[in-house]
Write a protein that binds this ligand. Structure first.
Ligand code: ADP
Length: 515
């Protein structure tokens, strides 16, 4: 890109030339046309975009003519008011829009919309302000484009050593985006959604609301008391298509003063059952204060075993008694070996986990895409209680299907407080159609296998959302019927992220969009 915004009509002309070219010369590449949303004629769509560009500035509306792209255009609003304008525009022309914060939802769809031709609202470019960091209340107020890195650096720059943030495995994404997708991190504040307080939301019909205490003009409690008065509405804006979040409050953790990460290795796959049984009381009893990770040895080239973290609240050394309990518990497994971090090479993955455990953003985990050429990854993420039998059932289910499809099995159990997520990352060559299909087929089988055993995913890739939503079907799909009722009430034109989490607006429903 030259950096000079191109005239939209120029682009449109180019697109038209391309269409002409393809129609006359090469019909086999017809699917490569710049996509426009269904139900609107190409030229009318481009005129509608031109109208939007007049409101937002030409530089902030870009037709996406990249080959094979799902999005038709990308718009960059600078304020809540501009988000409202986009939403009203989308209603006027019945154009599907898809909001992203930073679009780094890697493994779950990235920046891609579910419906071809959607206009992506990219909140990262111009709505990336940290609106407030409160060092007394330990809270902050963020726009969607603030990354974990940016928040971390801002807190450091202000010299607020007494506060920590919590980061997910990959720190490059947005705090708001990750929290709305109910992503997790590894400090005691790892349940990001549970740690948020207050939202500002543009509804699909263009009204703006503030949730919790934010609804009371002049309040000073928006970021300290999440509930306010009346029904607690925040939850419906997570993993949903009911609104565009333009501000979010987040609580920050007090710096514990000291912390220590542990690495234990266990030799046998069969040790998993006992290991999970040992971990449960340590987590529920808060002896292990952090989310624990049990990684399979081959999960990444850099990972050699079990990173494990322990926090100590207060200053000074961690009491020996706590270390002894943890050590004694894990040593009940005969093959257990505690690794002294000073014996590890400096670039060992342990140190990446150690940083993440202390709320320092990191990107090393992404290196696993180097496992295969042109590596891409997609996750299978079922939830279970912290029980050995459940771990073994999910483990053998995953292993069997991976063997069947010839895929390396890279599981990790992420142990929360009373539940654990199994995260299986399938790393595949995205340029190889056979490998792509194997990854997709393997995932679809695992989702069904897991559902038959009573397990469901906590989050999934765009492509699998209908299938996963379909497994949450108790009482004749009562929950989805409720979700659809909400969708139709809040978004009568069905413009906002159609199909997200399997929720289709009425004008799409039952017309072949579900996969
Ligand atoms: P990140 O960059 O942190 O990984 P994304 O921007 O990819 O997060 O967001 C993850 C998903 O959450 C998106 O695909 C989108 O569906 C939803 N989302 C993100 N930001 C918003 C927002 N501000 N309002 C509504 N939904 C959002």
């Amino acid at each position: 890109h030259s950096g000079i915004p191109e005239n939209l009509l120029e682009k449109a002309k180019r697109a038209k030339a391309l269409i002409y070219d393809i129609r006359t010369k090469d019909t086999s590449t017809r699917q490569r046309l710049p996509v426009v949303p269904q139900g609107i004629e190409k030229y009318a769509f481009i005129q509608a975009l031109e109208e939007l560009a007049q409101q937002l500035g030409k530089a902030n509306v870009e037709i996406n003519d990249k080959l094979l792209s799902v999005a038709s255009a990308v718009v960059n609003p600078s304020s809540t008011e501009e988000v409202q304008k986009i939403v009203l525009w989308a209603n006027k022309y019945s154009i599907p829009i898809f909001p992203i914060s930073m679009g780094r939802n890697l493994g779950y769809g990235g920046a891609a919309p579910r419906v071809r031709g959607s206009v992506v609202i990219d909140l990262d470019k111009r709505m990336n302000k940290i609106l407030d960091i409160n060092p007394d209340d330990y809270t902050c107020l963020l726009e969607p484009g603030v990354s974990f890195y940016a928040l971390y650096e801002a807190i450091q720059a202000k010299g607020f050593d007494h506060m920590w943030i919590d980061v997910p495995d990959l720190g490059g994404g947005s705090v708001v985006g990750n929290t709305l997708d109910r992503g997790v991190g590894y400090t005691p504040y790892g349940d990001h959604w549970a740690c948020h307080s207050g939202l500002e939301v543009v509804l699909p019909t263009g009204e703006v609301i503030r949730t919790g205490m934010g609804a009371l003009p002049g309040n000073n409690t928006w970021q300290t008391f999440p509930y306010g008065f009346g029904p607690y509405s925040d939850g419906i804006f997570t993993q949903s298509n009911y609104g565009i979040v333009t501000k979010m409050g987040m609580t920050l953790m007090p710096n514990p003063g000291a912390y220590e990460s542990y690495l234990y290795t266990f030799q046998k796959e069969e040790d998993l059952e006992a290991l999970i049984e040992i971990t449960r009381p340590l987590r529920i009893g808060n002896i292990l204060e952090n989310v624990a990770q049990l990684r399979h040895g081959i999960q990444t080239i850099a990972v050699k075993g079990l990173p494990r973290t322990k926090y100590f609240t207060g200053s000074g050394a961690i009491p020996e008694s706590v270390l002894d309990i943890i050590d004694a518990e894990f040593k009940k497994i005969p093959s257990a070996r505690k690794i002294d971090p000073s014996t590890l090479p400096k670039d060992d993955y342990f140190f990446s986990r150690d940083r993440i455990a202390a709320g320092v953003p990191d990107l090393v985990e992404l290196l696993w895409v180097n496992w295969v050429p042109n590596g891409a990854h997609v996750a299978f993420s079922p939830v279970s209680p912290i029980r050995g039998t459940d771990a073994m059932k999910l483990y053998s289910l995953g292993k069997r299907r991976h063997d069947e499809f010839g895929i390396d099995f890279l599981p990790a159990f992420i142990v929360g407080l009373r539940e654990m997520h199994l995260i299986v990352e399938i790393v595949y060559d995205k340029n190889d159609p056979v490998k792509r299909k194997a990854a997709n087929d393997c995932l679809r089988e695992m989702i069904d296998d897991a559902a038959k055993l009573g397990y469901g995913e906590y989050r999934t890739h765009l492509v699998l959302m209908d299938q996963v939503a379909g497994t949450y079907n108790w009482n004749d799909n009562a929950l989805m019927k409720f979700n659809e009722k909400l969708k139709d009430a809040l978004d009568p034109k069905g413009i906002l992220a159609p199909g997200k989490s399997g929720i289709w607006p009425s004008r799409y429903r039952g017309r072949g969009w579900e996969m």
